[in-house]
Design a protein around this ligand. Structure first.
Ligand code: PBG
Length: 329
């Protein structure tokens, strides 16, 4: 049945019709807001490369979380800027680490019952060199030691769960970390704490602004020996498969917009909840265009989120979570 019998425009004539046949929907409860916790009190320090994003001291983070919860967003993804860094990433697993303290404060506030508190598990914010694992240096050469790192990641996972994390989310890309964290969680009585694994995390230029926000840029080299090569979709499927075998409850794909095809492939293949992380660079490039008046902020923001949802992400980690929730209200 071709034109003039079939006229696609019939169903586009007005908004109620368009709404009726709309295939993809966004819901605030499936939006997760990243928050960066820093030491101090009353601190709300703007991140220069990410307009609208701040480093919050714990008291301010609680206020921000209360506002976000009022808009109905689903949860928070917590990162920390520790007071001091060392080779063992002590701040990542210490009981009084910045995120651990933040979790206790959030758990004691009104947001505890409304938001899923997800703790990022990684070492890069806490190591003196900025890598996501233990570094072994021999002369000019260095190596990120996989197996030695697992123990510290597992320790971090448990201390975050103990502090109140509803979900722990390893983002380091070491092999075997999901199993290591699962074992340790179970051993310590946290068998009900789910693991959201950043299963397919690509070595991406789009993490640039985050490394300013979290002060976590590697001091030498790059992350290509542990994060994935952006050219590889089939390898991403293997990464996901392995993480699920090791006990991951949910998986996170990252970045989002440059990897929509990978999200789609994962969604078709795996029957677990899949999230996507619209990362700092995706946010900042849009903000840069908004600042210059080159893109309509609200429409462009919602279009990117819709594209990620349509590609197959059930939930989205995004710095736009609050702004988008306002639009959806
Ligand atoms: C920690 C981590 C990073 C991001 C999330 N967790 C940085 C990195 O891998 O360098 C990036 C998030 C973003 O860019 O918004 N490993």
């Amino acid at each position: 049945m071709e034109f003039p019998i079939t006229r696609m425009r019939r169903l586009r004539r007005n908004e109620p019709l368009r709404a009726m046949v709309r295939e993809t929907h966004l819901d605030p409860s499936a939006l997760i807001l990243p928050l960066f916790l820093c030491p101090g009190e009353g601190v709300r320090r703007p991140v220069e490369s990410m307009p609208g994003v701040f480093n919050f001291s714990i008291d301010e983070a609680v206020k921000e979380a209360e506002t976000a919860a009022a808009f109905g967003i689903g949860g928070l993804l917590l990162f920390g800027l520790p007071e001091t860094k060392d080779e063992q990433a002590t701040g990542a697993w210490a009981d009084d680490g910045i995120v651990q303290r933040g979790l206790r404060a959030l758990k004691g506030s009104s947001v505890a019952k409304k938001l899923v508190l997800i703790a990022d598990v990684c070492l890069c914010e806490y190591t003196s060199h900025g890598h996501c694992g233990i570094v072994k240096q021999t002369g000019d050469e260095y190596e990120i030691e996989n197996d030695a790192t697992l123990e510290l990641l597992a320790r971090a996972g448990v201390s975050l769960a103990r502090a109140g994390a509803d979900v722990v989310a390893p983002s380091d890309m070491m092999d075997g970390r999901v199993a290591a964290i699962r074992d340790e969680l179970d051993e310590e009585g946290f068998e009900q704490t789910p693991i959201l694994s950043y299963a397919a995390k690509f070595a991406s230029a789009f993490y640039g602004p985050f490394r300013e926000a979290a002060n976590s840029a590697p001091h030498f080299g790059d992350r290509r020996s542990y994060q994935m090569d952006g050219a590889n979709l089939r390898e991403a499927m293997r990464e996901i498969e392995l993480d699920l075998e090791e006990g991951a409850d949910m998986i996170l794909m990252k970045p989002a917009m440059p990897y929509l095809d990978v999200i789609r492939a994962a969604q078709e293949r795996f029957d677990v909840p899949i999230g996507a992380y619209q990362v700092s660079g995706e946010y900042s490039m849009l903000q840069a265009a908004f600042g210059r008046g080159w893109l309509e902020p609200q429409r462009a923001m919602m279009e990117t989120l819709l594209s990620i949802r349509r590609a197959g992400a059930g939930f989205i980690v995004t710095y736009f979570a609050q702004e988008a929730a306002k639009v959806l209200e």
